[in-house]
Design a protein around this ligand. Sequence first.
Ligand SMILES: C[S@@+](CC[C@H](N)C(=O)[O-])C[C@H]1O[C@@H](n2cnc3c(N)ncnc32)[C@H](O)[C@@H]1O
Length: 277
Amino acid sequence: MTHATAQAIYFYDRHPMSGEIIKAKLRAARGHLKDVKPEELWPHDQDHYGGIAATDALALAASIGPGTAVADFCAGLGGTVRYLAHRYGADVTGIELTPSRIAAAQELIALVGLQDRARVRQGNVMDAPLPGASMEVVVSQEALCHVPDRRATLAEAYRILRDGGRLAMTDWIANTPLSAKDAQLMWDGMAIQPLETLSSYGDIAKEAGFRVQSATDLTDEWGPILEQRLAMYQRLREEARQAGTPMGHDAFHESYIRFVELILRRDLGGIRLVAVK
Ligand SMILES: C[S@@+](CC[C@H](N)C(=O)[O-])C[C@H]1O[C@@H](n2cnc3c(N)ncnc32)[C@H](O)[C@@H]1O
C-alpha cells in the first residue's frame, strides 16, 4: 500500500459520517431498520457538497437515465450510487478504496433493496477494476483530490467508457497555490494531494483523450454549502462527545475549519467538469 492510499484509508476509517452513524440516526428516527426507502438515506449519506441537487446536475450533464451503465469513481458510502440507481433507474457500479466504506455501502444498498442495479466494488481508480468500453458514464464527486495520479485516473475513465461516453465530475481545485503549511494541514487532516486548477483539469482530460464540454467554477456556490457542512460536523462532534462515542479525528476538524476559510477566501475552490469520449 502506498503512503497516499494508507492516508486516505486512515482518514475515511475515522470520518464523522459512517454506516454505523447513518443506521443509528435511522433507528432513532423510525425505531427499526425494516423497509427503509432509498430516500430516507438521502439526508445522511451524501458525502459531497450540495447533496442530491449536485448529483442531479451531473446526471443531467451526462444524460443519465433508465439502464445507463454508470461508474462512480471513489463511491464512499454509496450515496450517489444508490441515488442514481433509484431516482434515474441507472445501473451503477461504485469503485472504492477503503474497505470499511465498501462494507457500509453494500450494507446500505441491501438495506434499501437496490442490489439489482447498484453495487460498490473494491478498487483503486488509478487502475479501475472494470473492462474497457463497459460504461456509458463515469461520475465522481469531491474525491480525486485524494488521488495522487489524476492523469492515470482520467485515462482509466476514458478506457472504461464506450465511444460517446460521458465524464461528469466535481472536485476541489486550487485557485491560488496553497502555502506549505496549509498543504500539510490538508494532507494531515483530510489526505488531500496537491490540487489541480480550473485550467489544468481541462488539460489533463484532453490529454486522456476527452473532448471537454464544460469546466464550471463552483467556488462561489461552495462557500455557503461548506459553512453549513462545517456546522454539521461540529454538531456531530458535539453529539458524539455527549454520547461518549468516538468524536472523530482531531486533525480532520482542525483542517476542515481552515478548508472552509480557504474556500471563502477563494484560495481553494471547486470545479464541475463535463467531457465526452
Ligand atoms: C468524499 S468521499 C466521496 C464519497 C462519494 N463520492 C459521495 O459523494 O458520497 C471520497 C472517497 O474516495 C475514496 N478514495 C480515495 N482515494 C481513492 C482511490 N485512489 N481509489 C478509489 N477510492 C478512493 C475514499 O476512500 C472515500 O471513500
